[in-house]
Ligand binder design. Structure first.
Ligand SMILES: Cc1ncc(COP(=O)(O)O)c(C=O)c1O
Length: 396
């Protein structure tokens, strides 16, 4: 028997998607932080233990003392968010998210500036991407003020978990999943929004190092009409086998091709790609167009803007594997890099594949434009350069 899709999903989520021009809003800073009920951990980790962790945090290994979570139900909509100890769990074995994958997430960072203040980078852009992912997975969108309010509440409580030091940060992981404990295949009538925080160290503690990439000719990440532009759990589950194949072939990362022709470059693992043509003042950058099968990265969008600031022409285009290989051989492509929240910018040094051969990008070392764009973005995030685009959101 068919079951009804919950009613208040369509209206609000459709409105989010209809506002396509707003994919990267700037400065929408409404916050529901004052609505968060505080039931903080009464036995937080000792200052000593925390200091040990912050000295060498790794990535996603340790979590701060608390999380923020909010429950949504069909009847009541979003309920008041609550800050609770990290160990608090929701749901059992029949969770909709476990069986049918109704699960989305986000990733952004909180940075401690030299004066001790704590800032977020473009949180409103992550909020909107989260809402768009929710729409695609038939989940109720988390309103921007709830999204930002939850982050602010967690940071006010767990501010001591934001590390100091070059390129260290507190990684924030918002998660939304179908938490109904029932086996019906339909949108969950009980949904959980949760936010956790994990301190992270510099991505390249030994200095920026290029990665080698494996072009995935056999496995596809996303097809037109699918979930490629949503940050949903299933996309990552489907990517793991290709990442394993890349590793088997001696490569660090996988590069995805379009699903139809298997010719055009989409993105790399959990990062978007940029190709640099020419050198010095003649350099220009291109990045694959957002076709609906790529994740619209916040870093990608920020770098398109920063390229303009640096006087580097930047365009969104379609680029094929053949073009990548030929333009490297002729020397037209001088640098390639990948970008995302975790590493900011990672140079790509070498390419390998089953069907298209292997080649090196220039001398395989990090290029001048790559490092210049990386520094420009890191400087804004860490407060070393002025925030001319109103991207930084002060929390404390
Ligand atoms: C598949 C994929 N592409 C690109 C990105 C980069 O996005 P952002 O710059 O918003 O971190 C990510 C990381 O979130 C990702 O998982």
């Amino acid at each position: 028997m068919a079951e009804t899709v919950h009613s208040n999903l369509d209206v609000s989520a459709a409105a989010v998607v209809a506002s396509g021009a707003q994919l990267y809003p700037v400065g929408q800073r409404e916050s529901a932080v004052d609505q968060v009920i505080i039931n903080a951990n009464k036995t937080p980790l000792s200052a000593e233990k925390r200091a040990e962790i912050l000295a060498e945090p790794g990535f996603g290994k340790y979590f701060s003392d608390n999380i923020v979570r909010a429950i949504w139900t069909n009847e009541g909509g979003w309920q008041q968010p609550e800050l609770v100890p990290s160990a608090a769990q929701a749901g059992g074995m029949a969770l909709n998210a476990l069986h049918y994958g109704q699960s989305i997430f986000e990733g952004l960072k909180a940075y401690r500036h030299a004066d001790g203040a704590i800032y977020l980078f473009r949180p409103e852009a992550n909020a909107v991407r989260f809402q768009r992912s929710a729409y695609r997975l038939a989940l109720p969108p988390v309103p921007t003020d709830l999204f930002i309010g939850a982050i602010e509440a967690l940071l006010r409580q767990d501010h001591e978990w934001v590390p100091e030091g070059p390129e260290k940060s507190l990684y924030l992981r918002p998660l939304e999943f179908g938490s109904e404990d029932a086996l019906g295949v339909r949108p969950s009538t009980h949904v959980t929004f949760a936010l956790m925080a994990s301190p992270v160290g510099a991505y390249f503690p030994q200095g920026v190092k290029p990665v080698s990439v494996w072009i995935s000719d056999d496995f596809v990440r996303a097809a037109p009409g699918g979930t490629g532009e949503a940050k949903c759990a299933g996309n990552y589950a489907a990517s793991l086998i290709a990442q394993a194949e890349a590793a088997e072939n001696g490569c660090d990362q996988v590069v995805w091709l379009d699903a139809i022709e298997r010719k055009y470059i989409e993105e790399m693992g959990g990062m978007n790609l940029f190709f640099i043509y020419g050198k010095g003042t003649d350099a220009r950058v291109i990045t694959p167009k957002l076709t609906g099968t790529l994740l619209p990265g916040v870093t990608r969008d920020s770098l398109l803007t920063l390229a303009g600031d640096l006087g580097i022409p930047a365009t969104e285009e379609t680029i094929s594997v053949a073009q990548w290989r030929e333009d490297c051989a002729s020397g037209k492509i001088t640098e390639v890099f990948a970008c995302g929240t975790a590493a900011v910018i990672t140079p790509v040094g070498r390419v390998d594949s089953k069907n298209s051969g292997s080649w090196t990008i220039a001398d395989g070392q990090p290029g001048e434009i790559t490092m210049k764009m990386r520094q420009a973005l890191v400087d804004i995030q860490t407060g070393a350069a002025p925030d001319v685009h109103n991207w930084m959101h002060r929390v404390i």
